[in-house]
Write a new protein. Structure first.
Length: 202
């Protein structure tokens, strides 16, 4: 496992090439050990992976319910649970997962830009506190989720555009596609005259 800035560098590069929720958490699992926390909870909003539906110009808020996605135990990245446990945001952490002894928990918000995706709660021992790596770790998760949502929104738009241009019965391009093509030709300099013909078969 890498240390310090080197770990953050490779981690950020890894988060850049995550394309779905599974990829994001696989990367989060791998780099977790660099946080040196004794226990960590990754909690996301209900709509973290659907935030493209939120108005982009507004600052998002935590949803009423939060989903506990990961619990890391000790400093071993391979020792974790994926409870998918939904709970009220007022709890911060579900009561059944709290330590029996008084403990200090450190909370870092997972966000990117104006969108909030959740938070990470970490528990340290022996006087340890969150290191600088955890800030990069949280930021990497936030950016990865944001990138996922942007790509999903783009794919949805492309799918809608494709459906708009195709005949639902035959799967062939329809009149709208034809008019778009004609408009493109008319607005493009092709270095000479051109002729197009239109045939409508009923």
């Amino acid at each position: 496992m890498y240390a310090g800035l080197e770990a953050a560098f490779f981690m950020n590069s890894s988060f850049e090439v995550t394309f779905n929720e599974e990829d994001i958490f696989r990367t989060a699992d791998y780099y977790y050990a660099n946080s040196y926390a004794n226990k960590t909870f990754i909690c996301l909003t209900e709509d973290a992976f659907k935030s493209a539906e939120r108005p982009a110009e507004k600052i998002s808020e935590f949803t009423d319910n939060i989903v506990l996605k990961r619990i890391f135990y000790g400093k071993n990245a391979h020792h974790y649970d994926s409870p998918e446990y939904e709970f009220d945001k007022s709890e911060i952490i579900p009561e059944e997962y709290l330590e029996s002894e008084p403990s200090v928990y450190f909370i870092n918000t997972i966000h990117s830009g104006m969108k909030v995706y959740g938070y990470i709660v970490s528990l340290y021992s022996d006087g340890r506190r969150p290191n600088k790596f955890i800030q990069n770790y949280v930021g990497g998760i936030g950016r990865a989720i944001e990138n996922y949502n942007i790509r999903s929104e783009f794919l949805d738009v492309e799918e809608m555009k494709r459906a708009y241009m195709l005949d639902t019965l035959t799967g062939l391009y329809n009149r709208r596609a034809y008019e778009e093509d004609i408009l493109e030709y008319e607005n493009t300099s092709i270095g000479g005259d051109f002729v197009y013909a239109s045939i409508d078969v009923n």
